[in-house]
Design a protein around this ligand. Structure first.
Ligand SMILES: NC(=O)C1=CN([C@@H]2O[C@H](COP(=O)(O)OP(=O)(O)OC[C@H]3O[C@@H](n4cnc5c(N)ncnc54)[C@H](O)[C@@H]3O)[C@@H](O)[C@H]2O)C=CC1
Ligand SMILES: O=C(O)[C@H]1O[C@H](OP(=O)(O)OP(=O)(O)OC[C@H]2O[C@@H](n3ccc(=O)[nH]c3=O)[C@H](O)[C@@H]2O)[C@H](O)[C@@H](O)[C@@H]1O
Length: 443
């Protein structure tokens, strides 16, 4: 089977490579010429465990191709996945300009029946817009060609993207067309062989399912962050509470880790887009508003703790372990590290940062003036960052930060202050070792 995937970001590149690994012949398309060139040369533009060998293997076997030309890709296949970005627009809604630009180009070049698959996260009703955009181009050309637009949202997580794609909990496919349904069943046949993971539903149902899933996960996190803040105020250990409630099978353990707020390219933007959809539908988004408000506030909690423990941070040296929005990725979109570090720099502190993968990304996130004036210092070793620091702040729970050499840490720091934005350390052990320790809701 031959398919095309438009957009070679996290979703497009991972899905394209995984489909190719299943034996399909896949052409990945991107408008970014430099990216396509690098991919052809075997350079993977993002850090994602397992992706590089997978892409290299599929390219070597002739199963995976890269191009900047959508018409060329279309000539070779009749299933086109759209996996371009849907960033937050000015009013909070998802900006569909990239999706609709692809739809327009498809309409300009469509020759025979094809299935156009929305893999990007798009608001309810987008498939209709994609269909109308393609039809308008066909009308301009004065041709009549059948096509179907299907919704197939993606549920992979960064840092575990290949695994998530290959072992999905479910594959949601929204379509009202029998013809498209049969083709999509063939695309995903690997996932229906033993345990059927495919769920067919209406197009609008599938579009909403994606937002509801992300909003539910964001809600769990914000809820738990609020409980953790309450624990802080009431001398309760949130870790005990997390175990206490997670053991209830109706609640479960996943996505109830409190911390310094959720980040990433999706939860923040998708909750905003759902809020916008609710307003447009004249439904009051009480819960979603609270999820967002808690998260915005949560991103200030670590800074408030730092300023409470250190007093005025002007002239102080603060070490930061972790820049990425979560471990396993070099992505810093909406990472809690950005507002924290910015606030410390603006307050006059010197910030020494370390991250195993996100240092390069980070250099694009902060104004060069902070590096030039010596306030923002990049350290290649996590222990270089803590040398003579007045505090260590942990913001991403990379494995290498979880069990550091505590004696070395204590000897390196000027003051033994550790603020743990991810609750990875044991407060009692830290205090016994001589640290002044604060987690989020820990006791
Ligand atoms: N990042 C993630 O973990 C997940 C993202 N999603 C959704 O998937 C969609 C894509 O997200 P990412 O992969 O993170 O985006 P990304 O921003 O990493 O990549 C998008 C790619 O599309 C390319 N592009 C833009 N316009 C194009 C055009 N007209 N023709 C060809 N290529 C074009 C860009 O050059 C870029 O390489 C979004 O809607 C996102 O919400 C869904 C699940 C997981
Ligand atoms: O639509 C998307 O893009 C994706 O968004 C999330 O995936 P991702 O953003 O890659 O990462 P998550 O592991 O969900 O983490 C998101 C944020 O929540 C935070 N988080 C996660 C879990 C938790 O218990 N507590 C917590 O604070 C993480 O630190 C991170 O900042 C979803 O988990 C994916 O299913 C979805 O496909």
């Amino acid at each position: 089977m031959r398919i095309s995937v438009v957009g070679t970001g996290y979703v497009g590149l991972v899905s394209g490579a995984c489909f190719a690994d299943m034996g399909m012949n896949v052409t990945c398309v991107d408008i970014d010429q430099a990216k396509v060139q690098r991919l052809r040369e075997g350079h993977i533009p993002i850090f994602e465990p397992g992706l590089e060998p997978l892409v290299k293997r599929c390219v070597a076997q002739g199963q995976l191709h890269f191009t900047t030309s959508l018409p060329d890709a279309m000539a070779n296949s009749n299933v086109y996945f759209i996996a371009v970005g849907t960033p937050t627009g000015e009013d909070g809604s998802a900006d569909l300009q990239y999706v609709l630009a692809v739809a327009k180009e498809i309409g300009e070049h469509l020759k025979d029946y094809a299935v156009i698959v929305d893999k990007s996260t798009v608001p309810v009703g987008t498939a209709d817009k994609v269909r109308a955009t393609i039809q308008a181009e066909l009308d301009k050309r004065g041709v009549s060609i059948d096509f179907d637009v299907v919704s197939n949202p993606e549920f992979l997580k960064e840092g575990a993207a290949v695994d998530d794609f290959m072992k999905p909990d479910r594959i949601v496919i929204g379509t009202e067309s029998e013809r498209a349904r049969a083709i999509m069943a063939e695309v995903y046949q690997e996932f229906s062989r033993n345990h059927n993971k495919i769920m067919f539903m209406g197009v609008r149902d599938a579009e909403m399912t994606k937002y509801a899933a992300n909003a539910m996960l964001a809600t769990k996190i914000s809820f738990m962050n609020e409980i953790a803040n309450l624990c802080d105020a009431m001398d309760v250990d949130v870790e005990q509470v997390r175990h206490g409630i997670g053991s209830d099978s109706r609640i479960g353990y996943s996505f109830i880790y409190p911390g310094c707020g959720y980040g990433g390219s999706c939860f923040p933007k998708d909750v905003k887009a759902l809020v916008r959809m609710a307003h447009e539908a004249d439904v009051k988004p009480y819960v979603l508003d609270a999820v967002e408000a808690r998260n915005a506030d949560q991103k200030k909690v670590v800074a408030a703790k730092t300023q409470r423990l250190l007093g005025n941070v002007k002239g102080k040296r603060i070490a930061v372990w972790g820049l990425a929005f979560k471990p396993g990725t070099d992505d810093m979109r909406e990472a809690p590290s950005i507002p924290f570090i910015t606030r410390m720099l603006e307050a006059g502190a010197t910030v020494c940062v370390h991250d195993p993968e996100a240092m390069t990304t980070s250099k694009r996130e902060f104004a060069p003036k902070w590096i030039e004036n010596g306030q923002l210092i990049y350290c290649n070793n996590q222990f270089d960052a803590v040398k003579d620091a007045d505090a260590l702040v942990l913001l991403t729970e990379w494995k290498q930060y979880r069990q550091p050499d505590f004696a070395r840490l204590l000897a390196s720091l000027k003051a033994p202050v550790v603020i743990d934005g991810r609750n990875v350390y044991n407060p009692r052990r830290m205090k016994a070792l001589g640290f002044t320790y604060e987690g989020i809701g820990r006791r």
